[in-house]
Write a protein of this length. Structure first.
Length: 354
């Protein structure tokens, strides 16, 4: 009786299967399979967010699973497999979801199973849909789908993206090609560089306007010397620091005002340059050389500088700047009359105190 019941059930299933709709027509590469798994309808070049309708086909040899009855057993495929899952599997950069039910058909000793899916890529560039393994009859048979390579290009417009459910940061106003994107990026970078340059140029001019008229090298030296003198009187500078400061004031003026290499050369090198020039007369060269050598002795030979010597150095620096200013004025007069450039004559009044 039990055997008869099973036979009747099998006949009923076969009858219902024969009367059921034939289902989707398998493509040629699936039709020729004796057993295996294939994707149908996948293209290699797609747009970002484009819905790709695909169909998964599985072909099983009825004899290898124990006949037609076993092939129609609902438990032929595990409930957790790709084919039987209610929701699609997790795939990097993509969404794969089933869009219909599983359809089964017996044909020429084979079981043809199919199910429609929709694939949506969420990232641009080269993407791969991996191979999926499908276990048949509790793992006795293992079938694997082919992996599919895609080139995902372009972007969706904001309007098209409403139904695509893409991440918000991927929606742009209009699709564009990589080449155009590179051009736009290049133009933006160039504009930023030009804007930065113009901003700094304008800021520099504004600083020049705010700073007012530029002062001469001699006036700058006098202002700095007055500041040094104030700091020394307020005991912010000791004797040795004062020597360094007044020496720097004079050397800075000689380089910026008269063009000597007094900041980059040693004292001896600078004095040699001074002696070989006819720009500065001996009445100025001699006290200037003595002053700089005395500063070197205090700085490097630890000679020391008491209050009286510090006061004398300040007075000497003032006097040397006075002499240099007269020399600079003489040069200006010579240049205005286009006379030969010569140093200040020995008869010119040069006041040197120290």
């Amino acid at each position: 009786m039990r055997r008869g019941t099973w036979i009747s059930l099998a006949l009923l299933l076969l009858s219902s299967l024969a009367c059921s709709p034939p289902g989707p027509t398998p493509p040629p590469d699936v039709e020729s399979l004796a057993q295996g798994a294939r994707w149908e309808g996948a293209g290699s070049e797609v747009a970002l967010g484009e819905a790709i309708d695909m169909r998964l086909w599985i072909v099983v040899d009825i004899e290898q699973v124990g006949g037609a009855k076993a092939a129609l057993d609902p438990a032929l495929f595990a409930s957790g497999s790709l084919l039987m899952r209610k929701n699609g599997p997790e795939i990097e950069n993509a969404r794969l979801e089933p869009t219909g039910d599983v359809v089964r058909n017996l044909r020429e000793g084979r079981l043809l199973v199919s199910r429609p899916y929709r694939l949506t890529w969420l990232r641009m560039g080269e993407q791969t849909l991996p191979s999926f393994e499908i276990r048949v009859r509790g793992g006795d048979i293992k079938l694997s789908t082919q992996s599919l390579d895609f080139e995902v290009a372009g972007v969706l417009t904001a309007e098209d993206g409403k139904d695509a459910e893409l991440p918000t940061d991927l929606l742009q106003e209009a699709p564009t090609s990589y080449r155009l994107l590179y051009w736009i990026l290049g133009v933006v970078v160039l504009a930023l560089v030009i804007g930065w340059w113009l901003q700094h140029r304008l800021k520099g001019r504004m600083h020049e306007v705010d700073a007012g008229p530029r002062i001469s090298a001699i006036e700058e030296a006098r202002q700095r010397l007055r500041q040094v003198e104030i700091e020394w009187k307020e005991q912010q500078l000791d004797g040795e620091s004062l020597v360094v400061a007044v020496s720097a004031v004079l050397r800075t003026y000689l380089q910026k005002g008269l063009g000597f290499h007094s900041l980059t050369h040693t004292t001896e090198e600078f004095l040699e340059e001074l002696r070989s020039s006819d720009l500065v007369p001996m009445t100025v060269q001699t006290p200037m050389a003595a002053f700089l050598q005395q500063c070197d002795l205090i700085k490097f030979a630890a000679q020391g500088s008491d209050a009286e010597l510090s006061r004398s150095l300040l007075e000497t620096t003032h006097a040397l700047l006075d002499d240099a200013e007269k020399l600079e004025a003489r040069q200006a007069r010579v240049a205005s009359t286009q006379d030969p450039v010569v140093g200040l004559p020995e008869s010119e009044e040069l006041v040197h105190r120290g």
